[in-house]
Every structure is written in structure tokens, then in C-alpha cells.
Design a protein. Structure first.
Length: 250
């Protein structure tokens, strides 16, 4: 899998999102954001709420306003005598990294998945409910990340893989000397398995449910246990058990 190098909008600087130092610098320099949505009612029919930093919907005595909390508070204070009541929704505070815009991604992403910006999701990948994918992670084509799995920062997952429900693929930002988890093509990770920092799972390997993987796994090996150890080579019976379904990825 190739390391990522992207151009940040409005900047000529290229950021390698497999480099922990560059990610840390990117987070440090990012404009921190507390986006909110406010519902406002009152004697506001003739008030112009529109500013460069706020998006306003509605008319008459009711408005829905979307934007940064700091800008909204200024507006609420300015018109406090005209505003009868308001309610503010927010889901983050001083966030350095927004969620990934998934609208144009050619993958299936189910409700409740949390994918941070600068992650890469390959064609026909499947991201199930509750999965969490951190900055710099890469999910290649036809790979499924099952329910409540956690894919840490910089983790690289190959094609045609399945990461089982509740599995944890450790991320690495701190300490920066650690290498990320790399999962090669055609790998199956069982439910609730844990892959620790720096391990590499070879092509076609199988990690049994509940295993804790602390060292590299050879290609086509089947590992199980705490810590995980090789119990056999993948045979036809195992291949039938771990076969992925293309219909789930179309």
C-alpha cells in the first residue's frame, strides 16, 4: 500500500498522513472549531441574521442558524432583547479535525460510523454502524470494517479484508517512533481481536476472534490466543469459513 500524500486546500504544502510528526503539526496548526446549530424564536421578523460566518434558514419569527459558536454568541447577545427563546446543539468542542465528507466516496458507509478527515476509504469498501476510523488510516477496496471496530491513526488495511465487530487496530500518533499496523490483502480479523502497534498481518492470514496480536503474522497463517500464536496454516476448510461475500460490497 502506498503512503498517503495529499495537498491541503489553499496551501501548497504536502502532508504525509502516514508521518506522525506531520499529522501532529497539521493538528496543531488547524483552526479549532466548535460548530453549532441554533433554533431561535422571538420578535425577530425584521432582523438580518446573515453574516459571512453563519448560515441562516427560516423566516418570520423563527430561524435555524448554523455556524461557529463564538459567532453565534455575539449575535445572541446583540439581539437578546428581541429573542424570546433559543436552543443550541453541538457535538464537538475545539475540534481540530472535521469528519470526512463521504458524499462522493464510492463505498457503503452505514449510519453511526465516525470517519475523521484525511482517512482514505477505497472503492466498494463497507463501513458498518459504530465503526471509528481515525486520521491517516487507509481502508482499501472491498474491505469491510464491521460494527464498532476501531481503526487507529495511520493504520493501513489492504483489499478484500474483513475487520470483525469490536476489533481494535491500534493507531499510532504517540509515541511517534512506533510504526502503524499494516494489514495486507485478503486478511480476516475476528470479532474483538486486538492488533497492537507495529504488527504486520501477512496476505491471506486469519486472526481468530478475541486474539491479541503482539507480533507479525505470516501470510496464510491462522493465529489465535492471548497473545496470539500460529495454530495452523490456512486450509480449504478455513478458506470456506472466511470467504467474503461480494454481494455485500457491490
Amino acid at each position: 500500500m502506498n503512503k498517503q500524500s495529499k495537498v491541503i486546500p489553499n496551501s501548497e504544502e504536502k502532508i504525509n498522513f502516514n508521518d506522525p510528526y506531520e499529522i501532529a503539526k497539521f493538528i496543531k496548526n488547524a483552526k479549532k472549531s466548535t460548530p453549532v446549530k441554533a433554533y431561535i424564536k422571538g420578535n425577530i421578523r425584521n432582523i438580518n441574521f446573515n453574516t459571512n460566518s453563519l448560515i441562516v434558514f427560516g423566516e418570520g419569527n423563527f430561524r435555524i442558524i448554523i455556524g461557529e459558536y463564538t459567532s453565534l454568541i455575539i449575535l445572541l447577545e446583540k439581539y437578546k432583547n428581541e429573542i424570546e427563546d433559543y436552543y443550541i446543539e453541538n457535538d464537538r468542542k475545539n475540534s481540530a479535525i472535521p469528519l470526512l465528507d463521504t458524499k462522493e466516496i464510492q463505498a457503503r458507509i452505514e449510519p453511526g460510523a465516525i470517519i475523521r478527515d484525511k482517512a482514505i476509504i477505497g472503492k466498494n469498501a463497507v463501513i458498518m454502524m459504530g465503526a471509528i476510523i481515525n486520521i491517516g488510516a487507509e481502508i482499501d477496496e472491498n474491505t469491510m470494517i464491521d460494527m464498532n471496530a476501531v481503526i487507529g491513526a495511520r493504520a493501513l488495511i489492504g483489499k478484500n479484508c474483513h475487520v470483525g465487530a469490536g476489533a481494535v487496530v491500534a493507531g499510532v500518533l504517540e509515541p511517534p517512533s512506533k510504526t502503524p499496523v499494516i494489514i495486507e490483502d485478503d486478511v480476516l480479523i475476528g470479532a474483538n481481536a486486538v492488533l497492537l502497534e507495529g504488527v504486520r498481518i501477512g496476505k491471506g492470514a486469519v486472526v481468530a476472534a478475541g486474539s491479541i496480536v503482539t507480533k507479525n503474522v505470516p501470510s496464510n497463517a491462522v493465529v489465535a490466543g492471548v497473545p496470539a500464536r500460529i495454530i495452523k496454516e490456512k486450509d480449504k476448510k478455513t478458506m470456506d469459513k472466511v470467504k467474503i461475500l461480494e454481494d455485500l460490497r457491490g
